[in-house]
Write a protein that binds this ligand. Sequence first.
Ligand code: ADP
Ligand code: MG
Length: 313
Amino acid sequence: MIEVKNVTKKYGKTVAVEDISFSINDGEIVGLLGPNGAGKSTTMNILTGYIEQTSGEVTIEGYNTLKKPKKAKRQIGYMPEGVPLYTDLTVKEFVTYMAELKQVDRKTRKEKVEKVIEQTGLKDVENKLTKNLSRGYKQRVSMAGALVGEPKILILDEPTVGLDPKQITEIRNLIKTLGKTHTIILSSHILSEVSQICNKVIIINKGKIVAIDTPENLENKVSKNDCIYITVEDAEDKMSKIKDKIPEIKKVELIEKNEDKTKQYLIETDKNVDLRKKIFAECAKENITIFEMKKADTTLEDAFMKLIEGGNK
Ligand code: ADP
Ligand code: MG
């Protein structure tokens, strides 16, 4: 159980997080969702005891993070943003090093390191230097580092950022599996991600919590718009022009740039029109290669934008 009460974090005059409160029960998979600069990493760093809040209180499994920092920290496996790894170590050496840092009992250390390597699917690369691994595997190594020491709680800061679609699916599945035995908090600026993995969403914007609910409830709270997700190869950035060609399109928004140079866009359309045929034809004309196109209700995206726009007024 995690309890956050009235936590504020200021950096000089910048208020990174303002008076946030929430609690997380055992076994929940919670998504901390918000745009860049919303305060996600700051919140996570406070939960892990990595930085101190300016005011307010955090307890992890009953341990106050300021009064009982060691005990509180021991409950948590933390995967920070941006996969910081010691690149001149092999996978096994890195995970062993993490185990040492976490003071995993010497007698069982080797066995526990092996278990975590197995769990995260790293057995085949355990003797490779982490610097020679793909981004997806590096993420797994970072995850293994968080997992070693058998923490009850996993805190994962943007676990799929920078991964290609296949790696994203793999990491998501790994998180879902780990969710069966751990309490998990992950951050993301991508809605679809959070709605697919999490059973509770905390939406944060400009340091403030704007909603806490299940993905289903958030979806039901707002009227649905139609939208299309499309993944394209579009070197000349012509996707944005599609809007002018098809009047029923309300908005074209770049959601993600993938490592393989493809981009994912969200196309919002008038209600109850299916523009897939028209979009397909326009893209063909413009020499935009379509990798994937799927129709979806805007759902959580809508909820998210409404909440965030509401907060900006
Ligand atoms: P997120 O992870 O949601 O992108 P952060 O928690 O990293 O957001 O940042 C929240 C806000 O706090 C931002 O405005 C950011 O610029 C600011 N901030 C974060 N870390 C620091 C720091 N060490 N010093 C000053 N400002 C910071
Ligand atoms: Mg961040």
